[in-house]
Design a binder for this molecule. Structure first.
Ligand code: FAD
Length: 408
């Protein structure tokens, strides 16, 4: 008979297990894959953006409506405490742009090692290849779980099974089934950090071309719905990259009402008039060159012929022969290259799953179910998601820690 059965060996489950173990509780962690933390290991391409240095208020705001729910969890185990925790296990961290925190080693494996040591030091029993199939209840209280290897009995259970993205890492949405089987409501799930397929197909030839210092604005019915400055990426199907991923939750929500046009401003720090003057200057200086070579000053080289085609201008046309109306068309495209988001990529490719266990059925002070005695939730399985920048791992660590801190 365990004090705490943890379902899921991701960051939320491992943190909860370690914390409960540190409090002297008898803990078992059941992980269906052959290894813990498979998703953790691929975070930020294996570099693992563990948290963000955002101040407490900004940290809470980053999660939108979920931020209020996370307040106690973030107060109990915030970004500073997480960094100190990692340091206490020999993992120094460094801060990169926009407050992103990474292990100094640049290796997610060092973060996983810290969590494994934490659990080991506090005698957490770890069972990999243990797939939890069902919860068992007695008089509205959890009593254990059924796994592929038989029954495990415990007084408290944590569902920390993650979301539905990157299913090869083990996050296949089992937590939603387990929770709904005992009466919990699930807010419908959708991808929150995801790339988009566009109506236009011309970017196929630009696959992998990065766009730097661009301003991207998304619209619906003529109204701005989201905007971001930074980097983006052309892909064979459409657009991706940091700015797109950061705007993606809003775009996904709007896609249910129809296509979402976006405009890419390649020179956001210049007005169209200023840009026109710069272009005139370039034309004067490089009159003998083909116009496509002249444009590399403004846009990625590979994009130049595509953009000129969109302007109905022959890319090899001599720069000195560009007419004023043609120049205006070029400026218009540089200041707002139009693309149309048709659909998001499949949820399996999402960085994070939005939706999940309904928050009003969970006590935010303890992560305990309000419906079933002894049942707890932590991590991405909850209806919480944050933007890129380390916020999703912080939410998993904080909610996991609070659950491990709360069980009796
Ligand atoms: C490619 C990629 C990169 C990312 N990079 C970052 C980043 O740099 N920074 C950041 O903050 N966030 C990042 N994220 C998001 C972050 O990884 C997740 O939000 C976080 O891992 C969620 O933690 P979790 O513990 O809730 O769930 P998960 O990490 O998904 O872990 C859930 C675990 O539960 C197990 N499980 C599921 N069902 C069962 C079952 N029935 N029985 C037993 N075990 C089960 C799974 O096998 C899995 O190991 C990234 C995500 C992806 C996909």
């Amino acid at each position: 008979m365990y004090d705490f059965i943890i379902i899921g060996g991701g960051p939320a489950g491992m943190m909860a297990a370690g914390r409960a173990g540190a409090r002297g509780k008898k803990v078992v962690l059941l992980e269906k894959k052959d290894q813990l933390g498979k998703k953790l290991l691929i975070c930020a391409s294996g570099r693992c953006n563990v948290t963000n240095t955002a101040a407490p208020d900004s940290l809470i705001k980053a999660y939108g409506k979920g931020g209020h729910f996370l307040r106690t969890a973030l107060q109990t185990f915030d970004n500073e405490k997480l960094r100190l925790f990692l340091l206490s296990y020999g993992v120094e961290t460094v801060i990169e742009n926009k407050g992103r925190v990474f292990p100094k080693s640049q290796r997610a494996a060092s973060v996983l090692k810290a969590l494994e040591t934490y659990m080991h030091n506090h005698k957490v029993k770890i069972q990999t290849n243990s797939h939890v199939l069902q919860l068992t209840l007695e008089n509205n209280r959890v009593s254990g779980v059924e796994t592929n290897h038989g029954s495990v009995f415990g007084r408290n259970i944590l569902i920390a099974t993650g979301g539905r993205s990157y299913p090869a890492t083990g996050s296949t949405g089992d937590g939603y089934t387990l929770a709904s089987s005992v009466g919990h409501a699930i807010c419908s799930t959708y991808p929150a950090i995801i790339a988009f397929e566009t109506e236009e197909t011309w970017m196929k030839s630009l696959q992998g071309t990065p766009m730097k210092n661009v301003n991207i604005t998304a619209y619906q019915s003529g109204k701005k719905i989201a905007g971001q400055f930074g980097e983006a990426l052309f892909t064979h199907y459409g657009v991706s990259g940091p700015t797109i991923l950061d705007m993606s939750k809003r775009i996904v929500e709007c896609l249910s009402n129809g296509h979402v046009p976006i405009r890419i401003d390649f020179k956001p720090h210049h007005t169209s008039e200023e840009l026109d003057k710069i272009l005139v200057n370039q034309i004067k200086r490089h009159g003998n060159k083909a116009i496509k070579s002249c444009l590399v000053f403004f846009i990625p080289e590979k994009l130049a012929p595509v953009l000129l085609n969109l302007c109905d201008i022959e890319p090899h046309k001599k720069t000195s022969q560009i007419t004023a109306p043609e120049r205006k068309r070029i400026v218009k495209q540089i200041k707002g290259l139009p693309l149309t988001c048709m659909r998001h990529r499949p949820i399996e490719e999402a960085i994070v799953t939005a939706g999940g266990i309904r928050l009003d059925e969970v006590d935010a002070k303890t992560m305990k179910s309000k419906l079933i005695e002894g049942l707890y939730f932590a991590g991405e399985v909850l209806d919480i998601d944050g933007p890129t920048g380390g916020f999703n791992l912080q939410a998993a660590f904080s909610s996991g820690y609070l659950a491990g801190d709360s069980i009796d």
